[in-house]
Design a protein around this ligand. Structure first.
Ligand code: ZN
Ligand code: ZN
Length: 374
């Protein structure tokens, strides 16, 4: 999908103010979610370096391979461009040409995105420049979703739920975790997900469920197991991320007890999340329920993470994060209990902070369902 130019320009204007406020003369991005966010342009990371440069008071600039310059045709906002040919020996000079007029001395980068390839070219073009991590500057923009981002995320949540309903109707005891993962992926695409998924679906049963990041295995689904499914869809580059835990054929009183503790923690997380509450308050509210139920040591991860163009982004819903929640923020609430070598339970929702409170983008039933016994 092309992002309407007025949205791109709005984001660039906000970036310009944020760069000034942070005392940065420029921001340099190589192909990344942030570059898509700020330009609407999609580039792959490849052996050919691409850098977008943004300034507080000038039009953005992009350095790109000649063969990709068609992507700039018909852009509805100003973007200066320098292109280069196929001989890597010419690239440093082209980067120097592009930046020769720039007074940029303090340049922001994304620590976890900028590669050595592009960094070296920037450094040789601007030998006096200082490079500074600007991850927080970008997070400060991308944390607040605009209306087209929220619409894409809402749709991604609906697609994941449609796929989940269709998949659980097909799940049978005796199938392997991998077979279930295959069904989920097929149903995601049937329901309209984009080709890029936030991560490989997690399908874990019995003792495998005690590992929050289990990889689907050849283990067959067994009567009396709990089944954890954690997956998501994409729409226009925006992700959903949902987890539900099911009982296969039956459940024991202990499984139900643990399940209900996680469900109450999930509800407490929803109740605590509102404008003005801090990320750590949401984590504390969910964690307290699990601690009070006696399983505190088995809730081994943060309560949630921001969600958007990346499956994990700011804000992080963890202890010691005083970041206040504000309208437009989207994140997960996903408490869990993991009993080593026995079983695990996680219930994960995607939520949006609204001016009046919270809206859950995921609404799939949260009560313990028995499936697979047909
Ligand atoms: Zn998840
Ligand atoms: Zn998650």
């Amino acid at each position: 999908m092309t992002i309407p130019a007025e949205f791109v320009q709005q984001r660039q204007q906000k970036l310009a103010s944020a760069l000034s406020a942070a005392g940065l003369d420029a921001l340099a991005l190589n192909p990344s979610e942030s570059l898509i966010y700020l330009t609407g342009l999609h580039f792959h990371l490849s052996e050919r370096p691409v850098v977008g440069i943004f300034f507080p008071e000038a039009d953005p600039w992009i350095v790109l391979p000649e063969l990709e310059s068609a992507k700039l045709a018909g852009l509805a906002y100003p973007l200066q461009a320098t292109t280069y040919g196929e001989d890597p020996a010419s690239w440093p000079q082209r980067y120097a040409d592009a930046l020769s007029g720039s007074a940029a001395l303090k340049i922001g980068l994304e620590d976890n995105a900028m590669r050595l390839l592009e960094y070296r070219l920037l450094k040789s073009a601007l030998p006096k420049a200082k490079f500074i991590d600007a991850t927080d500057v970008l997070a400060g923009l991308r944390m607040y979703k605009d209306s087209i981002e929220v619409a894409a995320m809402q749709k991604a949540a609906e697609i994941a739920e449609t796929a989940l309903s269709a998949a659980i109707a097909q799940i049978k005891i005796g199938m392997t975790e991998l077979e279930v993962a295959g069904i989920l992926i097929q149903e995601l695409f049937k329901a309209g997900s984009g080709g890029e998924l936030p991560f490989q679906p997690i399908v874990s049963t019995g003792p495998n469920g005690a590992n929050p990041h289990a990889v689907p295995s050849e283990r067959p689904l067994q009567h009396g197991d709990l089944l954890v499914i954690d997956f998501g869809a994409s729409v226009d580059g925006y992700f959903s991320d949902i987890t539900r835990t099911f009982a296969l054929g039956k459940y024991s009183p202990e499984q139900a007890h643990v399940y209900n503790a996680v469900l109450s923690a999930n509800q407490a997380g929803h109740a605590a999340a509102a404008p003005g509450a801090a990320c750590q308050d949401v984590d504390r509210a969910a964690r307290k329920v699990i601690e009070d139920a006696g399983y505190g040591e088995y809730f081994i991860h943060r309560t949630g993470h921001g969600l958007g163009m990346q499956a994990h982004e700011a804000p992080y819903i963890r202890s010691n994060n005083p970041q206040p929640l504000e309208p437009g923020m989207t994140f997960t609430i996903e408490p869990g209990i993991y009993l080593p070598e026995r079983f695990g339970v996680r219930i994960e929702d995607d939520v949006l902070v609204t001016p009046n409170g919270l809206r859950s983008l995921t609404t799939f039933p949260r009560e313990l369902q028995v499936i697979g016994d047909k």
